[in-house]
Design a protein around this ligand. Structure first.
Ligand code: BJW
Length: 228
């Protein structure tokens, strides 16, 4: 019955794969100040600290974190749905790709890539971030920064996302607290387009009242049921 679906995922969809979310009590920011590890100013103040933060997360991915039933259900949807489906993730992990999704818009970047801070050229990450991991695009090679979007920076692919939101008939937000803009405003855009909206989360979020439907529980339990 739906023809054009937009799906937004957040850290909660990867929680059952063993990746920590941000704002939980034992979350990624429990031991860090957001300004230190998630802003460009924090990065330039102390690149070593930020490199260490992302190297630990990259290492965890490389050690074999696996996609869970929620990621697999969304890959099945992409394979089998006859209409259009757009998957936008705020996550920098690669679990949607691991599950088989071919079209993933990583609006906050990707952990498996680094970026030259001068030319903005993006490189696959082959070694940990650090003073010796340099770009190959500049005459004076630059230290690669994580290819991620920090506070105050512009998320990727917004034009495409807003275009899809303006046309969608179903919007689903999975495992995101709805506290970070512009992603937190997507439900409003979908509502304005006349779409139906569904929130899948362990607990009601700040955006609860903006959604038509809710499924409360683990993404790994709920998303496969939604996709069926
Ligand atoms: C489960 C589960 C399970 C757990 N199953 N569920 C004042 C007002 C409005 C906006 C601003 C403002 N001041 C500043 C701003 C803008 C700012 C912003 O939004 N700040 C807010 C804090 C207010 N935003 C920006 O700066 C953005 N850029 C920007 O706005 O550019 C200008 C612009 C202008 C005009 C148009 C458009 C743009 C950039 C934001 C960049 C965010 N970057 C980070 C780090 C990325 C790299 C990294 O991963 O380290 O992105 S911050 C962090 O938060 C990360 C996440 O993607 C993002 C969202 O977090 P998420 O995914 O929601 O995780 P949690 O932990 O918050 O929630 C997890 C949820 O899962 C919970 O609800 C759990 O219940 C649930 N859950 N287990 C189901 N098993």
């Amino acid at each position: 019955m739906y023809q054009r679906i937009v799906i937004l995922t957040g850290a909660g969809i990867s929680a059952e794969s063993g990746l920590r979310t941000f704002r939980a009590e034992d979350g990624l920011w429990e031991q860090h100040r957001i300004e230190d590890v998630a802003t460009p100013e924090g990065y330039w103040r102390n690149p070593d600290l930020v490199h260490k933060f992302y190297n630990q997360r990259w290492q965890q991915l490389r050690e074999g974190v696996e996609a869970n039933p929620a990621h697999h259900a969304l890959a099945k949807l992409e394979r089998e749905f006859s209409g259009e489906v757009m998957l936008v993730t705020q996550n920098i992990d690669n679990l949607h790709e691991q599950a088989g999704n071919k079209q993933v818009l990583h609006m906050h970047g990707e952990l498996v890539k680094g970026r030259c801070p001068k030319s903005q050229q993006v490189f696959p990450l082959v070694a940990p971030f650090g003073p010796d991991n340099l770009c190959t695009c500049c005459v004076m090679p630059q230290v690669l920064r994580p290819h991620v979007v920090w506070f105050g920076e512009m998320p990727f692919g917004l034009d495409r996302t807003y275009e899809a939101l303006a046309k969608c008939d179903l919007f689903i937000a999975i495992g995101t607290s709805g506290t970070v803009y512009p992603a937190a405003g997507f439900v409003e855009q979908a509502n304005q387009a006349g779409a139906e909206t569904l929130e899948v989360n362990l607990a009601p979020t700040e955006r609860y009242s903006q959604f038509d439907f809710h499924r409360q529980g683990k993404a790994g339990d709920e998303v496969p049921k939604v996709v069926e």
